[in-house]
Write a protein that binds this ligand. Structure first.
Ligand code: NAD
Ligand code: 2HG
Length: 530
């Protein structure tokens, strides 16, 4: 009989899904210590957790029989998904079940912030009757700035509108049409935070969103702004928030999540204007039932060999297909990543053209890989092959694939063209047998360069001295140039330079390159080459 281990408190209804199937042996070891988990996990086929259990690489390595890990909730930050994927263990979650609960929680925090309810409560418990000290503000007529307009951000907006607030939102995937339908003003991050009386963040925590709200952002906010984070610790830079509170820019902050949890010794907790809860956003009876029922049902399906939509990892390729498409799967992710880092603004459409050899293969794995490369720069969690298509659908990103027999210079070619609110970008590449991958086109420029993990891209006017000057700056930064390619349409016209470099280039030296005469744009990009 297959064995399922449950290590976090999971709602009774969720567990019932498992017990009632009668097909599995279920062992509940709630609050198991990390050492005991390592000892125990080897006997189990499935593990069901919430957010307390840390499913580390060591746990995954010790789980010799493990086939699936179920997370009752959205975030899988407590699971080493990469290690699970590598080990062929499927990770599943339940992203829909706690949306309303978390939106309601955010709104409770906003009301508490506006009316100083936690502070007044504490004061009365101390035997004080302080009526004037806790004069608040109405929400009606105030502007709410929402950063991240996904599932939870959208539900927060609906509630704010019911309270007579104006809503302004920033999300690279929010189209004007959707915003108009919702009665929400769509804006840039800067516009959003400049005009808002209350600001709430609802993005994932990614490389792009870590410290999305920091000193520069606080400096443009209205004096007396109130700010909330019920998403993930680290989206708001906590040190910068401390400074903004000290300077009186921020009049109040409501936090449910922290850069380090448990946040017992967090210095923000000593500020009277900060109201704080211990990561309770999803903690309602209803949400816990929803996520537990969803994920337990998912575990049953996966263990029966059926499909479940909320899989976080593991590409499903037969060995034969994998061998044929693997080089193009790798190339696709690199092209998607390069295009996503090059486009200005968000992405609403991904057009993929397969030419020659890849056009003869099933496109699914290659397309997923391209989407993984693109979406990894925008999505809240790590994007995996198996979840990439679903995430694109959820984000409203249109995906168009075309296939053509070989007709150009290359025996095989993949072109990825992204379109968004601020323009388009096209990147194409090929796999040369025996020589590996080459990037052969960026927008109108023909190039020929092997993608490398770290690259510097410049768009500049073609004139003597530019290449030498940039090389000099990189030399001064101690950055070795491994490869270089210049593309131009005509002498003296616009040109692109692509440099493969041996390590990251710091912001100060990138700025120096940007200040070079004739330079239009400079980007440092990292590509998933390994
Ligand atoms: N406090 C809690 O207990 C709790 C409970 C549930 C979810 N969460 C967290 O809330 C957050 C939102 O969850 P969700 O279900 O709404 O996710 P979602 O994926 O539906 O929405 C996230 C949105 O953020 C947007 N986004 C991504 N990068 C961005 C950027 N750089 N700038 C602006 N927007 C960006 C995405 O386009 C997307 O629309 C997640 O971090 C999730 O882990 C917390
Ligand atoms: O209460 C929990 O399990 C955390 C929930 C939340 O942060 C999530 O990501 O779903």
């Amino acid at each position: 009989m297959l064995k399922i281990l449950v290590t976090d408190p999971i709602s009774e209804q969720g567990l019932q899904e498992l017990y009632s199937s009668g097909e599995f042996e279920i062992i509940e070891k709630i609050g198991i210590s990390p050492a005991d988990l390592l000892q125990t996990i080897g006997d189990f086929d499935a593990l069901l957790v919430r957010s307390q259990t840390k499913v580390t690489k060591e746990v995954i390595d010790a789980g010799k029989r493990l086939r699936v890990i179920g997370r009752a909730g959205v975030g899988v930050d407590n699971i080493d998904v990469r290690a699970a994927t590598k080990a062929g263990i499927l990770v599943i979650n339940a992203p829909d079940g706690n949306t309303i609960t978390t939106a309601e929680f955010t709104f409770s925090m906003m009301l508490a912030l506006a009316r100083h309810i936690p502070q007044a409560h504490a004061s009365l418990h101390e035997g004080k009757w302080e009526r004037t000290r806790f004069t608040g503000v109405e929400l009606r007529g105030k502007t709410l700035g929402i950063v991240g307009f996904g599932r939870i951000g959208t539900e927060v907006a609906k509630r704010a509108q019911a309270f007579g607030m104006q809503v302004i939102a920033y999300d690279p995937f929010l189209t004007s049409a959707r915003a108009e339908k919702m009665g929400v003003q769509v804006a840039t991050l800067e516009e959003t935070i400049q005009v808002a009386d209350f600001i709430t963040v609802h993005t994932p925590l990614t490389k792009e969103t870590r410290h999305l709200i920091s000193d520069r952002e606080f400096s443009v906010m209205k004096r007396g702004v109130k700010i909330l984070n019920c998403a993930r610790g680290g989206i708001i830079d906590e040190a910068a928030l401390l400074r903004a509170l000290e300077e009186g820019i921020v009049a109040g902050a409501a936090l449910d999540v922290y850069e380090e949890e448990p946040a017992i010794a967090n210095p923000l907790l000593s500020y009277a204007q900060v109201i704080a809860t211990p990561h309770l956003g999803a903690s309602t009876v209803e949400a816990q039932v929803n996520v537990a029922v969803d994920v337990a049902g998912g575990l049953v399906k996966i263990l029966r060999g059926e499909s479940y939509p909320h899989t976080v990892n593991l590409p499903a390729l037969t060995p034969e297909t994998r061998k044929k498409v693997e080089p193009f799967v790798q190339l696709g992710e690199i092209l998607g990543s390069m295009a996503a880092q090059t486009i200005r603004g968000g992405v609403q459409q991904v057009q993929i053209r397969y030419e020659g050899e890849p056009a003869q293969q099933p496109a699914d794995a290659m397309t997923r890989s391209i989407l993984k490369g693109v979406l990894s720069h925008f999505y809240r969690e790590e994007v995996h092959l198996i979840s990439a298509t679903l995430i694109a659908e959820e984000m409203g990103v249109e995906v168009i694939e075309t296939k053509q027999p070989r007709h150009g210079t290359y025996a095989n070619l993949i072109e990825v063209r992204l379109s968004g609110d601020q323009g388009t970008v096209a990147v194409a590449g090929t796999v040369v047998p025996g020589h590996g991958m080459r990037i052969v086109q960026i927008d109108q420029y023909s190039v020929d360069i092997a993608p490398s993990e770290a690259m510097v891209l410049t768009w500049h006017r073609d004139q003597p001295g530019v290449i030498g000057h940039v090389g000099g700056i990189l030399g001064e930064a101690g950055v070795n140039i491994a490869s270089m390619q210049v593309g131009r349409q005509e002498a003296g016209g616009q040109a692109i330079m692509m440099l493969g470099v041996d390590r990251e280039v710091d912001e100060a030296h990138l700025k120096k390159i940007r200040d070079t005469i004739g330079m239009d744009r400079v980007l440092y990009v990292e590509l998933p080459t390994s």
